[in-house]
Unconditional design. Structure first.
Length: 204
């Protein structure tokens, strides 16, 4: 992905549509969209989205950069792939949404601290790269407090009953975090994945 997408000079600026086509993963398939709405109709989270995939694709093609990148739709997606398998035109809907979401944060249209999914992803990534697995105590704790101290306390108290239930049924352990064996191998795989993504986003 080129570092920065074009600054719109008007409400409908087709340079944004061209940039998405050339730089967002799967963006070159967006022209195949026939606006049938199967993706939005199949999405279990569409009622939480302000726009939904079909409208987003129409607006990208119309060059409505600001309106698109301010949408909450990208961050409601739970990667269930319903839209991808059902799209009659094989548009990789989910991948495009995630690319646009990343762009919205990179270019300051959305603040990461307001995006719960992005903060959860950071906590998850930290645990996997540190221990080789998700720690059932540290990931939620990091996530809860990533929205601020007061919010962290509130969320921790709200989930206390669940945590106690998990402890009782041995779904949560006490003591040091568990670590995978051969973490060096996992680390090498993850570093390679990051390198491939960076190369891809650099347009190489
Ligand atoms: S299902 Fe595919 S063709 Fe239909 S609106 Fe969605 S992306 Fe476009
Ligand atoms: S992958 Fe995301 S956008 Fe597609 S149907 Fe699932 S939740 Fe909706």
């Amino acid at each position: 992905m080129n570092a920065v997408s074009p600054t719109p000079t008007k409400k409908y600026d087709l340079s944004f549509a061209r940039w998405v086509r050339d730089n967002i993963d799967g963006g070159d398939r967006m022209n195949m969209c026939m606006q049938c709405g199967v993706c939005s109709g199949s999405c279990p989270l569409s009622d939480q989205m302000d726009l939904g995939p079909r409208k987003i694709f129409m607006m990208v093609r119309a060059g409505m950069k600001e309106a698109v990148l301010k949408s909450n739709s990208f961050f409601q997606c739970v990667s269930c792939y319903n839209c991808v398998v059902r799209c009659p035109r094989e548009v990789p809907v989910k991948y495009i949404l995630h690319g646009l979401g990343r762009l919205a944060i990179q270019e300051g249209y959305q603040d990461k601290k307001d995006v719960a999914n992005a903060r959860f992803a950071d906590a998850f990534w930290w645990s996997v790269t540190t221990f080789g697995k998700t720690d059932e105590r540290l990931v939620p704790t990091l996530y809860f407090f990533s929205a601020g101290f007061v919010e962290g306390i509130k969320k921790s108290l709200a989930n206390l009953k669940i945590a106690l239930g998990m402890l009782k049924t041995k779904r949560m352990h006490i003591g040091m975090p568990h670590k995978t064996k051969n973490r060096g191998e996992l680390k090498a795989i993850l570093e390679k994945a990051v390198e491939i993504q960076a190369r891809h986003e650099g347009g190489a």
